[in-house]
Design a protein. Sequence first.
Lengths: 452, 226
Amino acid sequence: MEPVESNTVGEMTPQEVAQASVSTPVSTPPARPERRKKPRIREIPPEPVPSPHLDDYKDIVGAAYIDEIRFLAEALKGKTVKMVNSTAVGGGVAEMLNQMVPLLNEVEVKTHWDVITGGNDFFEVTKAFHNALQGSDYHLTQQARDIFLMHNHLNSQRIQFNEDFIVIHDPQPPALVQSRDESRRWVWRCHIDLSNPNREVWEFLAPFIERYDAAIFSSQSFTRQLAIPQYLFYPCIDPLSEKNKELEAGSIQKVCDEFGIDRSRPIVTQVSRFDRAKDPVGVIQAFKQARKYVDCQLVLAGGGATDDPEGAAVLKEVRDATDDDPDIIILDLPPWCALEINALQRASTLIVQKSIREGFGLTVTEALWKAKPTIAGAVGGIPNQIIHKLTGMLVHSVDGCAYQMRYLLTHPDFAQQLGHNGREHVKENFLMTTNVRRWLLLFRILLSSQPK
Amino acid sequence: MTAAMAPTLTRTAVKPFYFNTSAHLLRITRQKATNLSEFLQALRECPENSIFQHTFRTLQEHHFIREGFSNDFAHWALSACNEPSLAENLASVDVREFTSVAELRERFVQIVQSFLERSPVSATRSARETFYFCASDIVVIPTSFVAHTLPEFAEGLRQVSVHSLHHHFIEARLRLKLMSNDFSQWLLEDLGLPDAARQLNRIDIYTVTMENVRQQILRIVERALI
């Protein structure tokens, strides 16, 4: 047995932290290349691709794994499920349901997806609830309560709940549970972080949540104390999607050419929208420290700057922080550039996600899936994905990030092992197929328990 | 001809071996710890399937890592509490030496208690991250693989998932209440191959990945075929 050790590879001592910040470079930094050409960004969304079938995942997770899913579904054949959320397009939940619902139907667990409706007043209230549940200041008025309850009631009259399992997603429709009958199992799937909620909003919603048979959270740290069983379902990625599928070398090169990225030198990439929570300026500072010692380029690729005033402000801060350095490439990409993101991640030598606040951090999952050595902030759901020094490197500061960039760029064997472990970790825990299995398991467990 | 007298290649087992697998769902329990004192208390009070989750099951979840991952308790003691000696002691607990979760819990409790007696200042020092005790809800499911002979057994071993291997090779001792595993028991009792059964039981699961374990099991079984 291998005992755990402290302070081995990649661990930074306090002295090293200091050195990472102030020491004199051991070699002259490389001369800056000429200014790069302007990136060419696709302006039209691609055609949607058809949903994959379960067997399409066999080459990725193995035939035995897919067989296990089918065996697990045997006992549920003919059972029915209803998923309910607040939007049919846009956002991670709709994307996940678009992929999950066909796969559950394929194993003959008949799954129907309904979307709640409501006026602007309702969605203003639920948006405020959403932010308040994640810690924002908010005063819950009687009017907001009334609007919330009225629209939940109207939806409960419009939607039939005749299925064996009813799954309600997120904090917009939880009061639908008031129309439950005792023969059906109701599950609340919470996709947001409830670790530090606004007390008024939580106390208003908690009595509804406790009427469910179970609640599901995306990380242990996102939960509340509840009187019902709470399960852990990690968010997942689809390995066959545009953003994660295997790409041919030529496609990767083409994207790099269009973006003016030099593949003969190491590439450090952060993919995330331009948001202060992702600390893009901190990434630039870390890169500048690391580049004193190791020749490399930085790519910051993201979106959110066109439709969000704060995003535009952050993008300006980021551009200012580059000091016109031609080795720092800023890409403000539209939301349909999944294939380009995929190629960028695959072309990268290292991937960084130096968030200072985070949800689960699916960009980390994407990086790990591509077997990329990954450096990420130890916040939100990231520690679920990055086991420090085993599946990636966790950092807490700009200096720590700079040190790990230097370390991984100069220790390629160790970096490669991290990448390999990271991919296996995703394969085991964070793929679409894992979540199909989790849903089937949950339904079987609920079936064998007494309804509330 | 009895099972024990036929050549191993054609010998038919007294009872066939049905490859099963176990699927686990993570449940978040009420226990959590923000320092070692709370951790010790939670270790004593958490449900047994929580101890199972953070030891047996986590080994399966991290089956692809061969360097330094033993159980969640050891990992937390090092990464969140910065207590390398405690982490080393916790990591040295080999789940295969236990046939009940109660005994396993007791061993962890002893280690933490003894550490805190030696280092009382560590008890209330805040950990960098909270330890959330989870539990594993298990559903056992069949696979399509059944072995009546050693060649069929080898084929099953090649084809089943690592979850099935873990179910039969590692978790089995909690069901059997024996220092053994389903594969060794079948080779011994139903196929009359005590040497192969013994060799299987000596494979070190902590220094290799579960795929490596599969290869080692296969090598032993293939040698027995000769």
